[in-house]
Design a protein around this ligand. Structure first.
Ligand SMILES: NC(=O)CC[C@H](N)C(=O)O
Length: 191
């Protein structure tokens, strides 16, 4: 049976996730803009973009509380970059949070202005024991603190850049901007 993967369609790298997912068999995608869309999906991707803008749009479209409830009830979510920020319970130097379902503290634009964007390769054994994964960072955040039931999946220069807590997966980088399907496949294998 086909699984339906929602992609939050407020702002950001929406089409890029869709292009990755259509390469994976037995997957259909649905752009999520309303609470009704949420009822039809098995899993949800929160794409990268601008977390403040996406957060405001979640409020504007009355999606925030219902999405929080779905995530707390077990909907698998994959937040990339701004999506990671949306899921964080704490954002350094800010009082504002968004969905705030994951026990992590995040530093926005953590790599500073000189290194706004860069790419590298890293072996991430939970995803693939043998082959490094290409990582693309764009004005990326990183995780500065995790609670005990958060599994750290990858660090780069002592900064946490990928983590999982139960049904929530986050990366500071953008797997959808590479041609590598392995992070999406890991996400789809989580349920
Ligand atoms: N590529 C991204 O998603 C960047 C995230 C952005 N810096 C933010 O704070 O929302």
């Amino acid at each position: 049976m086909n699984k339906i993967i929602g992609i939050l369609g407020m702002q950001g790298a929406i089409a890029e996730h869709q292009e990755i997912l259509i390469q994976i068999p037995h997957i259909k995608t649905r752009i999520v803009k309303t609470a009704k869309d949420l009822d039809c999906i098995d899993e949800l991707i929160l794409p990268g973009g601008e977390s403040t803008a996406i957060g405001k749009l979640l409020d504007y479209f009355s999606l925030k509380e219902i999405l929080q409830q779905k995530i707390i009830s077990g909907l698998p979510v994959f937040g990339t970059c701004a999506g990671l920020i949306l899921l964080a319970k704490n954002i350094e130097n800010e009082t504002n949070t968004h969905l705030a379902t994951m026990d992590i503290t995040v530093k926005r634009n953590g790599y500073g202005s000189q290194l706004d964007s860069f790419s590298t390769n890293l072996l991430i054994p939970t995803i693939d024991k043998n082959m490094p994964i290409p990582l693309v960072f764009i004005r990326a955040p990183y995780i500065t603190k995790t609670d005990k039931d958060v599994q750290i999946l990858a660090t780069l220069d002592n900064k946490i850049i990928a983590a999982r807590q139960k049904n929530m997966l986050v990366t500071a980088f953008h797997p959808e901007l590479t041609n590598d399907l392995r992070f999406h496949q890991y996400f789809l294998s989580m349920i």
